[in-house]
Write a protein that binds this ligand. Structure first.
Ligand SMILES: *Cc1c(COP(=O)(O)O)cnc(C)c1O
Length: 388
């Protein structure tokens, strides 16, 4: 019996059908000649790189973007096709040779990284695949024109040791109209800098600037490739982004379907007499005869304690409330209205049951997190299962 491994107390379902539908919508929106880079940083926004990446490849995705070298390593283990991998952010000097040898594309935004990459390329005889990030107004990372001008001689000397896979930038808040002027200015600056670089003889294989929000609200940002994170998983970056789409397509409904659901089971049930406190402390007093169900998920599993006395779950086909404090590994929910609920019944923490839904955004609003944050906080050790 040594091989037996007990199941985790909850699991996450990844819907292949929902993902395929989202890809169809996004590809139709951007056009078939635009490369789709699937952004899988943050463990594929909580969907899990080892499960999500092969599914995405099976649905036709051939390019993945990550933040860091360790995430690129995970994607490299997961891919089965000849897909491209791009590191947008962090890579330590020690990892540069590994990246070059494995033909991983690297976004460069400061001289040191570029210099070290060229040294590695020379040594290994394999050209470094670089994307040059331009500073257009976000003031986070990216080369200014002056720094780039200083890099030009180095690039010319090293001709053959690099492939300019892309020119790119990132917008400082394309998900809100509040940043409209700043984003418009960034688009203009990007175009001017790209043109100037071209005059210097630096011609990139592709230009890419758009995340989900930019690609869905500023069509001119789409260019040759889009870097799509949140939308492929079935979420609009913000309500504003959805409104932008909705006003143009008022009859079409929501084309994005949530890919992820989070489920568990009822562990036990109990009846509590009126006048009794329920759970730790005195935060919940039963005013009437109350039936509660214990659910084996708590803040250790990523169900935030901020949802004490506030969270909602689906059980017995109904939406019900968390009672008292979220414990480390457990919570109690009110089943007074659905007394037939019993041990072993399915509980939906995020997702649908009986045509009712607990959305990541309702979950996020109650806990005052962004959708993005709620998703990436789902612990890696909850098993992911592909369904559909
Ligand atoms: C995260 C990220 C994206 C994807 O953003 P979404 O809003 O999830 O589509 C694109 N580009 C860069 C540089 C990023 O860091």
């Amino acid at each position: 019996m040594k091989e037996y491994k007990p199941e985790s107390t909850s699991f996450i379902e990844i819907s292949r059908e929902a993902y395929a539908g989202n890809l169809r919508f996004l590809k139709k929106t951007f056009g078939s000649n635009v490369q789709f880079s699937s952004v899988v940083k943050g463990n594929a926004y909580g969907h899990s790189i080892p499960e999500f990446v092969p599914m995405a490849e099976a649905e036709g995705v051939r390019h993945f973007s990550v933040f860091s070298a360790d995430e690129a390593w995970q994607v490299l283990q997961a891919i089965r096709e000849d897909s491209g991998i791009m590191i947008m952010g962090s890579i330590f000097d020690d990892a540069l040779e590994w990246a070059v040898v494995n033909r991983i594309e690297i976004v460069v935004f400061e001289p040191e990284r570029l210099k070290k990459l060229l040294i590695v390329a020379k040594k290994t005889g394999i050209p470094a695949r670089i994307h040059i990030e331009l500073e257009t107004g976000m003031n986070r990372t990216g080369f200014t024109k002056d720094t780039l001008r200083m890099m030009l001689p180095l690039l010319r000397e090293n001709d053959g040791n690099w492939i300019l896979e892309g020119l790119c930038t990132h917008y400082a808040g394309a998900e809100s109209i509040a940043n409209y002027l700043r984003v418009k200015q960034q688009i203009k600056t990007f175009r001017q800098m790209a043109k100037w670089l071209q005059k210097q003889g630096l011609v990139a294989l592709r230009h890419h600037t758009a995340c989900s929000a930019a690609a869905l609200t500023y069509p001119e940002t789409v260019m040759d490739m889009v870097r799509i994170g949140i939308a492929q998983y079935g979420y609009w970056p913000t309500r504003e982004t959805f409104m932008h789409h909705f006003l143009k397509n008022p009859d079409a409904g929501d084309p994005l379907k949530r890919v992820l659901s989070w489920k568990t089971h009822v562990m036990s049930t109990k009846e509590v007499a009126p006048g009794e406190f329920i759970g730790y402390g005195t935060s919940y007093l039963a005013g009437i005869p109350t039936k509660v169900a214990a659910i084996p998920v708590g803040y250790a599993q990523g169900f935030t304690r901020k949802l004490s006395n506030l969270g909602r779950v689906l059980v017995g086909g109904e939406r019900t409330s968390v009672i008292g404090a979220i414990n480390m590994n457990m919570m109690l929910v009110d089943i007074t209205e659905t007394p037939e609920v019993k041990r072993g019944d399915e509980v939906v923490l995020i997702g649908e049951q009986n045509q009712k839904e607990i959305s990541v955004s309702s979950f996020s609003e109650l806990s005052q997190n962004l959708n993005y944050e709620t998703l990436v906080r789902l612990p890696d050790n909850i098993p992911r299962r592909i369904v559909g």
